[in-house]
Design a protein around this ligand. Structure first.
Ligand SMILES: [Zn+2]
Length: 145
């Protein structure tokens, strides 16, 4: 899934930031990302900013949720840094914290920049944030921890 998204974000050289939701399963001590949403027409994007509009993404997420028999949950978000490095900005960190507080669940965040991926996990109660690193990788999946 992450490979596919990485390929996709690399092949699109429009120069503006892209982003979407990460969807998947909440497991005991793990989050399994199974799908994602792509930028929607209501989003606002520039080379240095991506503002996801709730419209479009929410409907796609709900559709996934229904199709999966109500097991697929909103796990986090992804976005690209077409010009910068794969590191979160202050704005990113603030919006991630805000989102995790809103959902009251651990949320995972991915940033794609060229060939690199940044992964972070935001937790609430107690509030903590840490960068995830790649533990294992094969054709089908990337395991982060
Ligand atoms: Zn960012």
């Amino acid at each position: 899934m992450i490979h596919e998204l990485l390929q996709r974000t690399r092949s699109c050289r429009s120069g503006i930031e892209q982003g979407g939701l990460l969807l998947g399963l909440r497991k005991e001590n793990a989050l399994q990302i199974t799908s994602y949403t792509l930028p929607q027409k209501w989003d606002y994007a520039t080379p240095v900013l991506f503002n996801r509009h709730v419209r479009g993404h929410r409907e796609l997420a709900q559709e996934e949720w229904r199709r999966s028999g109500k097991t697929v949950d909103w796990l986090g978000e992804w976005h690209t840094h077409p010009r910068g490095v794969a590191l979160p900005s202050m704005t990113d960190r603030q919006s991630w914290l805000h989102l995790a507080r809103h959902t009251k669940n651990p949320m995972v965040f991915l940033i794609f920049s060229g060939c690199s991926i940044y992964a972070g996990l935001q937790q609430v109660a107690p509030t903590s944030f840490r960068q995830l690193s790649q533990i294992e990788r094969n054709e089908e999946a990337v395991l982060l921890g």
